[in-house]
Design a protein around this ligand. Structure first.
Ligand SMILES: Cc1cc2nc3c(=O)[nH]c(=O)nc-3n(C[C@H](O)[C@H](O)[C@H](O)COP(=O)(O)OP(=O)(O)OC[C@H]3O[C@@H](n4cnc5c(N)ncnc54)[C@H](O)[C@@H]3O)c2cc1C
Length: 186
C-alpha cells in the first residue's frame, strides 16, 4: 500500500489448517455472525478516521489561506479559495453528525438501525474526506505536494476511506436494497 501507516497490510490465506478446540474464538458454528458483529463498529471507526483526517487537512489549509499572500490579498480572501473550504467544513460536520448517530445506535444495541447509519456515515465521511483533502492540498498550491507541509500523503489515505472496509458502491447497493427496497443487481 502506498500509505504512511504504522501497521503493514498483507493478505492471509489458510490452507488445510487444523487448530485445537481450545483455539475456538466465540461460539461454534457462528463464525460468520461473529465476524458480522464487527462490521458496524469498523464502519463507524472508519467514518471517524476519515472525518478526523479531513478536519486536520482543512485546519492546515485554512491556516495557510489566512497567511499566504499573493499580490496584496491573503488567498483566503478570494471566494474561489474560501468557499470550497467552507463547503468542506459543512460536509464534514454533517458526516460527523451521522457518525455520532451510528455510534449512538450501536451503543444502544439497535443493530439493524446501526447498520444502516454506519453505512451512511462511512459513505458520507469518505466522500467528504476525499473532497476536503483534495481541496486542502490545492489550497497550498505547490506546497500541498511537499513532504514538509504533510498533506500530500493524505491523498492516498483519504481514498482508503472510500474503498475500505466496504466500497462506496457496496454502500449504495446496501441503501438501494435495504433502505429503498430496490431489486438487487447481483
Ligand atoms: C488499507 C486497506 C486496509 C484493508 N484492511 C482490510 C482488513 O483488515 N481486512 C479485510 O478483510 N479487508 C481489508 N481491506 C480490503 C477491503 O475491505 C476491500 O479492498 C474493499 O472491501 C473493496 O473490495 P475489493 O478491493 O475486493 O474491490 P472489488 O470488490 O474488486 O471492487 C473493485 C471496484 O468495483 C466496484 N464494485 C464491486 N462490485 C460492485 C457492484 N456490485 N456494483 C458496483 N460497483 C461494484 C467497487 O466499488 C470498487 O470500486 C483493506 C483494504 C485497504 C485498502
Amino acid at each position: 500500500m502506498e500509505l504512511r501507516a504504522s501497521e503493514r497490510q498483507f493478505e492471509l490465506t489458510f490452507d488445510d489448517m487444523r487448530l485445537p478446540a481450545e483455539a475456538l474464538v466465540g461460539d461454534e458454528n457462528a463464525g460468520l455472525l461473529q465476524l458480522f458483529a464487527g462490521l458496524n463498529p469498523e464502519r463507524i471507526m472508519t467514518a471517524a478516521f476519515a472525518i478526523g483526517m479531513a478536519r486536520y487537512a482543512l485546519a492546515r489549509a485554512v491556516e495557510y489561506a489566512r497567511e499566504r499572500t499573493v499580490w496584496r490579498q491573503p488567498i483566503g480572501a478570494h471566494q474561489a479559495i474560501a468557499h470550497p473550504l467552507a463547503q468542506s467544513h459543512i460536509e464534514l460536520e454533517l458526516a460527523r453528525l451521522m457518525m455520532q448517530k451510528a455510534a449512538y445506535l450501536y451503543d444502544s444495541g439497535d443493530d439493524a438501525a446501526a447498520g444502516e447509519a454506519a453505512n451512511m456515515a462511512k459513505y458520507a465521511a469518505g466522500e467528504a474526506c476525499v473532497k476536503a483533502v483534495d481541496q486542502s492540498v490545492h489550497t497550498l498550491g505547490g506546497n500541498g505536494l511537499t513532504r514538509e507541509f504533510g498533506l500530500a500523503s493524505l491523498i492516498t489515505a483519504a481514498r482508503v476511506s472510500r474503498i475500505a472496509p466496504v466500497s462506496r458502491e457496496m454502500i449504495l447497493n446496501y441503501v438501494s436494497h435495504q433502505t429503498l427496497g430496490l431489486p438487487k443487481s447481483y
